[in-house]
Design a protein around this ligand. Structure first.
Ligand code: BV8
Length: 225
């Protein structure tokens, strides 16, 4: 039975109340990417970056999975083949919605990383400047988030999944951030059928065989069921 690889972005969590990045009033309208989502920005002003992620960690902690998240979990349970969810999102709504195979290519809000020894641990609700690493004690703790200019996580594993995909679906992503935005081309090269489910056509919409438009909580359950 065909393997399904699903890429999700901020749009799948929008109806759970979590802001997207590039929509009207989105996160990038409130903050400069360079200041809060780059290693240089963190080096320049770690307090600003911790504040940005503390607020998102708090918000994500109070959010609930929506019908799109639970529909994908149902698909993983009921589809006779493998279903892998690769998410650009740093919230845990796929997991709390019941999904099991989830790959976080941009890290997670629940993770902390030591910039000195690369030790990883579960982040406290609020991270602060100078937080010591539990392993090497250096005061270089940062959110375990992949910032611009940093290598996304699990790329080898992701490319292996894409090479075996029979169906590739992109859900709730504007298709503007690489390397995720190029995954559809990897899937096409593998001979997969491609579908985009989004509120509006993404930048890469023309690369997909099919585009389903509408809010994720309506179109994803319909696509799954
Ligand atoms: C890297 C941090 C290489 C986490 C983020 C070409 C090739 C390779 C790299 C590049 C390249 N060109 C440029 C680059 C560099 C850069 C990049 O892509 N820049 C862009 C802006 C041009 N990429 C990188 O730096 C990446 N690293 O490539 O490293 C490398 C090689 C060797 C050695 C070292 C490094 C790292 C990218 C990750 C950066 N981190 N965020 C966080 O804070 O959350 S990116 C950020 O954008 C988030 O992670 C987010 O997930 C991601 C993508 O955004 P979307 O999820 O798509 O969200 P967006 O708001 O844009 O869109 C929402 C969509 O949902 C919309 O379409 C909307 O219509 C829809 N929607 C809204 N509501 C709903 C809905 N749909 C359905 N229902 C709804 N209700």
């Amino acid at each position: 039975m065909e393997k399904i690889v699903i890429l999700t972005g901020a749009g799948i969590s929008a109806e759970s109340g979590l802001g997207t990045f590039r929509d009207e009033g989105g996160l990038w309208a409130q903050h400069r990417i360079e200041d809060v989502a780059t290693p240089e920005g963190f080096a320049r002003n770690p307090a600003l970056v911790h504040g940005f992620y503390n607020a998102r960690r708090m918000q994500a902690g109070g959010a609930h999975p929506n019908a799109a998240h639970t529909a994908l979990a149902r698909l993983q349970r009921d589809w006779p083949g493998e279903v892998v969810i690769v998410t650009q999102n740093v919230d845990n709504l796929h997991e709390t919605g019941g999904a099991t195979r989830v790959i976080h290519m941009h890290g997670t809000l629940s993770g902390a990383l030591c910039a000195s020894c690369e030790h990883r641990w579960t982040a406290p609700a609020e991270m602060s400047v100078g937080e010591p690493c539990p392993a090497c004690r250096a005061a270089t703790a940062r959110p375990d988030i992949v910032w611009f200019g940093e290598m996304p996580y699990h790329m080898d594993q992701i490319y292996d999944h894409l090479a075996q995909a029979g169906i590739f679906a992109a859900i709730g992503t504007s298709g503007q951030v690489y390397p995720a935005a190029a995954f559809v081309h990897e899937a096409i090269a593998a001979g997969a059928q491609t579908v985009e489910l989004n509120l509006e056509p993404s930048v890469g919409a023309s690369s997909f065989d099919q585009t389903l438009l509408g809010p994720a909580t309506q179109i994803v359950p319909r696509w799954v069921d």
